[in-house]
Design a protein around this ligand. Structure first.
Ligand code: H53
Length: 811
């Protein structure tokens, strides 16, 4: 397909329009064209998909199954075209047809089956697995509604349902034949068999069908097509039987059917926050049970040997604790369906399951009320109970020194089932997602577990696919890089380091400057189209795009903006470099303070953007409905990447990597992967400020710092807080009191005031540096040069070598 010419591609488009949609090109809408290009891709890859699966079967190597409640896939047409080598030809053909490729690709509705970092990481991992030729597949849920669509109305976030399947989704194939049945509730009966062992039967369970929909995951120019399998819940529904029943029962059945379909109804919109809803627990078991049943079926089909050898052929990576019921579910199947003893089942399970931890935030750590779990999944609960018994007894007898710690290690404690504890006990690997995060797990949050199982803990610093986030999202920069260092970096992103040789070449730096400026113009246009606001493409584009959370401290950013505004009001002639502050952020619908911050940003924007005293020196833009597609537009145009979490709170971050790879300079705390970026580029190439993780943790241990003292001594801070409290930014005077109270009466739990001064000072340095064009560009190129380390290809290789022990399938 690589040889396909634009002429031939155009012909394919026109032919397919006729055969698939019955129309001529002149009558085709952008959406028609979108569908036929997707069909062209599918036609190309379907045989490769089949061949890949056949090869995997023949080779019968160990396979990786990545279980995740979230896959933030985003749009696929462009990346599919890119990976199967047709993007250039498609772009050219569309242009020759007088069409704008961007508009055509934009017709795809983002698959927003994830909230933020964790879900997008899963999607990047799938891209790297296929591109590096590993037999690795994803298992998730085909939510009928993805993450809500965000509208900003009067400055407030309003949530609308994201019915992404409204139109046909061209990438999925329903595999009805491979449906499996999941059981909830019911009674468990225990029998003693003749040989003295126990047998468990279940009765009166509620049955749910899990129907798989497969999405191809296309490797980059290697003809490898892996699978993302998404499960959809359907009722076990026998039409004949239902029709024969009385009317009442018929409606009762419909109701029942509806409640079952709810299991894959919607994605819970909480990022880094655990909401203990029963439906969410149902979703988790639904994912886990359907996936494991399928994995075992497949193993049996390809291996005529005992399931004791499962660990030779299968590794299951669980993305956070959300799929940690995989542990008791695998135990259940091995014992109750395959007649394994407890010990034999445990031996297999703990060699198959590996767990990734993504957070130490207490509000994100999952626990389920034991009564809820027992009622919904009685047999699974029994197994967890026994895992817990055996584990606690093991500590009591074998680790006398740890006896006192049992209450903090027990899987079931205080009537709650602690999922992270289950995940650690039942897996062979526990990894954090950046060096500092793993160290905090080992030394603090999970130190007793670390003492028990030191070999289990390891770090795998996150990564991002450079194919989507540089090659596809920033084609101008990608081609400039290729002009300078050749195309090898595309397959070996570490080779971006060759750019360092040129990082002082001023004529080349000019070219990088031009590319960034072009991208800024494109984004400025986009902002104008979406908001009607004109932004100055010569201003500094200062970007903070991520979920809205107190620990991510969008509040610190907006305090800085208010401070600049106040200064300019006092002295409108101040000579500052114009700035455009760009935000994108969704807040969980029930997260009141986060929504207040969105309102504050929008309110400040509505004042600053229209104040004649400011004379366009400051602009504040909140782009609504931040999602993957929007990120692809913003990131190439960013000058500054705001990564300003309270140190110790952001496990890794991945936006920091995407922005750095596109030449933005980081203003950041020493948190998450910022630290590893800093290791590579050095203090001279990023703007580090604020408390360190040790300092933050020290404050927490000693009751925090005195926020009121800062309020009383720093006039800038006092002014801002008083403005919030006195309603200067509100339509009435109670508007932002909650933010005010949270800072002064809850003692500023995320250290916004404490880090305010260093943040302001750092931004002054940013401004001075920005004026020194060559220095800035040199810093920017240095960042791009070092960003290869943060390709998810590196991360996936590390998982493959250290955890999964798998090799690339073919050379
Ligand atoms: O996971 C990212 C990290 C990021 C972390 C995030 C995350 C979620 O998106 C959701 C739940 C959770 O526990 C953690 O906050 O720091 O980069 C991928 O590892």
């Amino acid at each position: 397909m690589l040889e396909l010419t634009a002429e031939a591609f155009k012909e394919k488009i026109t032919n397919k329009l006729k055969t698939d949609r019955g129309i001529e090109i002149g009558d085709a809408s952008d959406k028609d064209i979108y569908y036929v290009i997707a069909a062209i891709v599918n036609e190309e890859i379907m045989p490769q998909w089949y061949d890949t699966q056949k090869k995997y079967e023949e080779k019968n190597n160990k396979q990786i199954f990545y279980l995740s409640m979230e896959f933030l896939v985003g749009n696929l047409l462009q990346s599919n075209l890119l990976n199967c080598g047709m993007l250039d030809v498609s772009n050219q053909a569309l242009k020759e047809l007088g069409l704008d490729p961007e508009n055509i690709y934009a017709k795809e509705h983002d698959a927003a089956l994830g909230n933020g970092g964790l879900g997008r990481l899963a999607a990047c991992f799938l891209d790297s697995l296929a591109s590096l030729n590993y037999a690795g597949h994803g298992y998730g849920i085909r939510y009928r509604y993805g993450l809500f669509e965000q509208r900003i109305i009067n400055g407030n976030q309003v949530e609308l349902p994201d019915y992404w399947l409204k139109n046909d989704y061209p990438w999925e194939t329903k595999k009805e034949d491979e449906a499996v049945c999941i059981h909830f509730h019911g009674d468990v009966h225990m029998f003693k068999k003749n040989d003295g062992t126990l047998e468990f039967n279940y009765e009166n369970t509620d049955k749910v069908m899990a129907i798989p929909y497969d999405i191809p995951i296309i490797g980059y120019e290697n003809k490898v097509i892996n699978t993302l399998r998404l499960w959809s819940a359907e009722a076990v529904y026998d039409e004949q039987e239902t029709l024969a029943t009385e009317n009442n029962e018929f409606y009762h059945d419909l109701d029942h059917k509806h409640s079952i379909e709810q299991i894959s109804g919607f994605l819970y919109p909480d990022d880094s926050n655990h909401e203990g809803k029963e439906l969410r627990l149902k979703q988790q078991y639904f994912l886990v049970s359907s996936s494991i049943q399928h994995i075992i079926k497949n193993f049996k089909k390809n291996n005529h040997t005992s399931l004791r050898r499962l660990p030779e052929k299968v590794v299951i990576q669980i993305n956070d604790t959300h799929p940690s019921l995989a542990i008791p579910e695998l135990m259940r199947i091995l014992m109750d369906e395959e007649n394994f003893s407890w010990n034999a089942a445990w031996e297999v399970t703990t060699k198959v399951i590996a767990y990734t931890n993504h957070t130490t935030l207490s509000e994100a750590l999952e626990t389920w009320p034991k009564g809820m779990l027992e009622h919904l999944l009685p047999r699974i609960y029994m197994i967890i109970d026994e895992i817990n018994e055996r584990f606690c007894k093991g500590i009591w007898y074998d680790h006398e020194a740890l006896r006192d710690t049992i209450p903090s290690l027990a899987i079931i404690a205080d009537d709650q089932v602690h999922m992270a504890r289950l995940a650690i006990v039942g897996s062979f690997s526990v990894n954090g997602v950046a060096r500092i995060h793993t160290e905090i797990l080992k030394k603090q949050e999970m130190k007793h577990f670390y003492n028990l199982f030191p070999d289990r803990f390891n770090n795998k610093t996150n990564g991002i696919t450079h194919r989507r986030w540089l090659l596809q999202a920033n084609p101008n920069l990608a081609s400039l890089i290729t002009d300078v260092i050749g195309p090898q970096w595309i397959k070996r992103p570490k080779q971006l380091i060759s750019l360092l040789k040129y990082s002082k070449d001023s004529s080349l730096l000019e070219k990088f400057d031009q590319v960034k400026h072009e991208n800024k113009k494109i984004l400025a246009n986009h902002i104008y189209e979406r908001t009607g606001i004109l932004v100055d493409d010569q201003s500094i584009f200062d970007v903070q795009i991520k979920r809205l959370h107190e620990y991510k401290r969008q509040l610190l950013n907006i305090f800085h903006i208010i401070y600049l505004y106040n200064e300019l009001k006092v002295n409108p002639n101040q000579d500052i470099t114009p700035r455009t502050f760009i935000f994108g952020a969704k807040a969980a619908p029930s997260y009141h303070l986060a929504k207040e911050v969105i309102k504050l940003i929008n309110t400040v924007a509505s004042i600053v953007n229209y104040d004649p005293d400011i004379r366009g020196k400051l602009k504040v833009i909140f782009l609504e409905n931040y999602n993957v597609s929007l990120a692809e537009k913003i990131i190439p145009a960013a000058d500054i990447s705001e990564q300003i979490s309270t140190a110790s709170k952001e496990a890794s971050g991945t936006g920091n990597m995407k922005l750095m790879m596109n030449g933005a300079l980081t203003v950041g705390t020493l948190d998450g992967a910022n630290i590893e970026i800093n290791d590579l580029v050095g203090n001279q190439n990023m703007f580090i400020f604020g408390l360190t993780a040790d300092e933050v943790m020290d404050y927490y241990q000693h009751g925090g710092f005195d926020a009121t003292a800062i309020y009383n001594t720093d006039d800038r801070v006092k002014r801002i807080l008083d403005q919030l409290n006195q309603g200067e930014f509100g339509s009435h005077d109670i508007e932002f009191k909650d933010i005010y109270y949270n800072i002064l009466y809850h003692n500023d739990p995320y250290f916004v005031l404490k880090d305010f001064e260093p943040y302001i000072e750092t931004h002054e340095i940013v401004e001075r540096t920005y004026r020194d064009r060559l220095t800035w560009l040199n810093m920017s190129v240095t960042n791009i040069a070092h960003s290869g380390k943060f390709s998810s290809d590196r991360t996936i290789r590390e998982y493959a070598t250290d955890i999964w022990k798998v090799k690339q399938v073919w050379g």
